[in-house]
Design a protein around this ligand. Sequence first.
Ligand code: SAM
Ligand code: SF4
Length: 317
Amino acid sequence: MIDRFGRSITYLRLSVTELCNLRCRYCMPEEGVCKKEHSSMLTQEETLMAVRAAASLGIRKVRVTGGEPLVKPNIVSICKGISETEGIEELCLTTNGIRLPELGRDLKKAGVERLNISLDTLDAEKYRYITRNGDLQDAVKGIRAALDCGFEKIKINAVLIGGFNDDEIPELAGLTEKYPVDMRFIEMMPMMDRELFGEGAFIPYSTVLEKLPELEPVPSDGGVAKLYRLPGALGNIGLISPISAHFCAECNRLRLTADGKIRPCLHKCDEYPIKGLDYDGMREQFIAAINGKPQWHGELSYTARSSAGRSMNRIGG
Ligand code: SAM
Ligand code: SF4
């Protein structure tokens, strides 16, 4: 479907849970989320019905996310259902990687084609700090498992945080010289209510270009990242700039939260509920959400925080 601003909406980011086995400081409150009534979350049947309704309106790509999608007990079965949905051409998943050694093979069999794995630092102490309890080795084992399972075009995502991991930009980028993976640096979005990081914590994508003058531009693959490559590397460096150069004019996405709210824009609190609706009702809500998609997300900075009204784990990053 085409929205009011001529954008073709083909991409659904589907959150399957708000829960997570980590507590990244930029994403989630320390205490986690208060576990909601099971009955307020979408069932597997409703989730797959929503994907069918979205596919009937032109959604072709689904990215499963969360929270941490791999803590969802029926994640393999959900993925299989999505990949078998008529009209869905591409199924990807974003994860912190920790459960990939157990689930990687089954996810691949279920039709997940590509994985994005989050890793903000290569330092064990810093990893523990930023995730509030995580073990770096678990994430590294997850990335190894993804490679062993034969996933191609794996993307490693790091949120850029000034004073935390900007000194590691060359080392993180260097992963693309050792492994067939893309490394992506993402500008931190001001989602959380509390000021967790000082103003200097925001660093623009251009810092990566300053730190790595040897980067060579690569033609775009149609995604939101600006692409570069280190000479002779096996994978690309992607720079994602939601703050310093927003990509609203090309935004082709909708989000569906685990509690069944369609969100036309990550940084707006408008929601179109579908919990409890039948197929036709869900389809109508998708149409309304596409028609309600704003032209852009409005000003975002450390003084103009996101109007999302939910932390990232509760929307689906
Ligand atoms: N748990 C999975 C993971 O960490 O990959 C999937 C969900 S997580 C919310 C999806 C992505 O959103 C991660 O790459 C994470 O780093 C990113 N993210 C979370 N909060 C963010 C923020 N405030 N700014 C930028 N990216 C953020
Ligand atoms: Fe969990 Fe992912 Fe959020 Fe980290 S970024 S707390 S891994 S949902």
